[in-house]
Design a protein around this ligand. Sequence first.
Ligand SMILES: [Zn+2]
Length: 177
Amino acid sequence: MIAQTTVRPSVWIGCLACYNEGILNGRWFPAEGAGEVTPEDLHLGPTYHDELWIFDHEGFPRGTGEMSPDTAQLWGEAFDEVGEEQWPALLAWVETGCYIAEGDDLPSVSDFEERYCGCWESFADYAAQLAEDIGLIDGWPEEAQRYFNWEAWTRDLKFDYTVADAPDGGVFIYRSF
Ligand SMILES: [Zn+2]
């Protein structure tokens, strides 16, 4: 397994009224607390400004557009559930488009955990390990083992999986069904 670098999901929350007056009033928050940020937090006291907006974010799937602080919070909760180590794999799963979504297009963490097979050097590597684990050709005559068509077997196996390039090298592998 290849370790990947994780960027925690974070959002830059700012005050919309201040922004419209030309003042950048905001800061970064961990996504899991985004829904609890209040205008008073940003103005360090009472204010009549009441609309918060996410101006920037990191640690989300590529192509993530605008979202409300409440949606960011749901992503943060998914991060807490999945954990730092597997977060890059979850993001890549969403980016493939072949992921299971629940409300608000958020990925279903339980489906992810059920389908994720790890980060490997290549799909062939994963296939070879799987063949060993299930004893695919155990007990076959030596000649049959020698002529077994690994390439074709691996190619067929791949139809049941979704494979995504991992940012720090290798591939993430997920069962499709
Ligand atoms: Zn303001």
